[in-house]
Ligand binder design. Sequence first.
Ligand code: T5A
Ligand code: NA
Length: 213
Amino acid sequence: SRSGNGDSRGALVVLEGLDRCGKSTQSGRLLTYLKGLGHSTELWRFPDRTTSVGQMISSYLSSQSQLDDHTVHLLFSANRWEKRSLMERKLKSGTTLIVDRYSYSGVAFSSAKGLDIDWCKAPEIGLLAPDMVVYLNIPPEKAAERGGYGDERYEKLEFQRKVSHSYQVLHDASWKMIDACQPIEDIEKQLQEMVSDCVRICQKGKPLSFLWS
Ligand code: T5A
Ligand code: NA
């Protein structure tokens, strides 16, 4: 393995987008690709439903419990904070992390409900900043056609339109945009090229940075 030798660190790569844009499909393929190149790599996702905070979120998303919008926002953030130190250790020990949703989902989904965007961003301050954010861009109508939405609370076309708008407000020039309506293999190739560059730069010792940078 090319990783783990102290001075080279792993990359923090985040995939974002609407529900059903293809994040899970692509993050799985990217994991296989990077491992195949000999990079120590892990696939993470938020919410991490395995923790006790994550179980509260999961119960809320499946409408088994009701929570105030602010409260659930802070739970999503707490779910990232509880993984922060492990995230830093992994990156510093040379492991690249592919992360399926991160703070941007937190802000986009909560501000789509009408919460103030700066209020939404505040609890994310100090989390590790991604080295690359890839946005899988899909019109809400197209996403809704994919395999049908399940029963989760946010899987409604009207709401996804608002989330799409929130992402447009939130994104900056550093984000890599991919047309998520392309065939799976085409997206996979584009993602591989983008992430290979990012991994190389991080190996050369690019310092870690923090949100919101
Ligand atoms: N949330 C999350 C917050 O509100 N705040 C937060 O802080 C965070 C972190 C759960 C919800 O929580 C919200 C956002 C979410 O609403 P989740 O568990 O990650 O988040 O759920 P989703 O992101 O909705 O996961 P999905 O499984 O719905 O979507 P994916 O992973 O984007 O899509 P994927 O890969 O499973 O693909 C969906 C379908 O499309 C097909 C696949 O085969 C599959 O059937 N597909 C394609 N079809 C055609 N062309 C392509 N290129 C395709 N790629 C995939
Ligand atoms: Na997913």
